[in-house]
Write a protein that binds this ligand. Structure first.
Ligand SMILES: [Zn+2]
Length: 115
């Protein structure tokens, strides 16, 4: 499972940040995961729960995942479709099928609360 290794490296990152900040407890971890990041959110949450509870640093940590919507640009007429959760099949302006995603593949640790 690919999500498990992502969470493993997230845990290492959290450990380093906690050491740097002399924190002993992580309270909230906010991740931004784009719809094109290729991450199954359910598996990510499951892996996080499984790994977090075995570590005193993260045993009480809450994972918050934000899923940014993305925009698609039409290569033919430059029309931009904002706020997509899914890829539109055709450009709503010119009906061309050549839509290009703008971002959406981010996997970012956006915020941590610790003490
Ligand atoms: Zn178009």
């Amino acid at each position: 499972m690919h999500e498990l290794s992502l969470v493993q490296s997230l845990m290492e990152q959290l450990q380093d940040l906690a050491t740097e900040n002399k924190a002993t407890k992580i309270i909230t971890v906010t991740m931004e995961i784009g719809p094109l990041a290729g991450v199954v959110i359910d598996s990510f949450e499951f892996a996080f729960e499984a790994l977090a509870k075995d570590n005193p640093l993260t045993t009480k940590a809450k994972l918050v995942i934000s899923k940014p919507a993305i925009s698609y640009s039409c290569l033919d007429c430059q029309h931009v479709v904002d706020n997509c959760q899914e890829r539109p099949s055709l450009c709503p302006a010119c009906q061309a099928p050549h839509l290009y995603p703008d971002g959406g593949d981010q996997l970012i640790l956006s915020r941590i609360e610790m003490e």
